[in-house]
Design a protein around this ligand. Structure first.
Ligand code: FES
Ligand code: FES
Length: 136
């Protein structure tokens, strides 16, 4: 199957590959897998004190469409608030990359990964707040 030019571009020049220390300040980590094909995607965000995503990184073990979807999403979330990041839909990713129907689940993986990263960030913030409260 032929990949679209945009998929090839992200696949050959993936943006924001790498990882942050998941215990680091302001970091949220989303790790998701696609049971259908066994692909795994890790997407991380670094959030500023005022709730804006300053940076994002990903590592994806999977097909070209999964890599392109995660690369694209790391670009999209930068500069967004958590609320804005949560509105990113897999259909927007699939449309931007012109994914064929059999590759739609790759874009769903990217949407799930960003949601998981935001959730992880929020849960870690709660833990930090609880810890601070017990130390007083
Ligand atoms: Fe997952 Fe493409 S089937 S690598
Ligand atoms: Fe499964 Fe791409 S084929 S994530």
């Amino acid at each position: 199957m032929a990949y679209s030019d945009k998929v090839l571009d992200h696949y050959e020049n993936p943006r924001n590959v790498g990882s942050f220390d998941k215990e680091g300040d302001g970091i949220g980590t989303g790790m998701v897998g696609a049971p259908a094909c066994g692909d795994v995607m890790k997407l991380q965000i670094r959030v500023s004190a005022d709730g804006v995503i300053e940076d994002a990184k990903f590592k994806t073990y999977g097909c070209g469409s999964a890599i392109a979807s995660s690369s694209l999403v790391t670009e999209w979330v930068k500069g967004k608030t958590l609320e804005q990041a949560l509105t990113i839909k897999n259909t927007q990713i699939a449309e931007e990359l012109a994914l064929p129907p059999v590759k739609i689940h790759c874009s769903i993986l990217a949407e799930d990964a960003i949601k998981a990263a935001v959730k992880d960030y929020q849960e870690r913030q709660v833990k930090v707040a609880e810890l601070a409260a017990t130390e007083q």
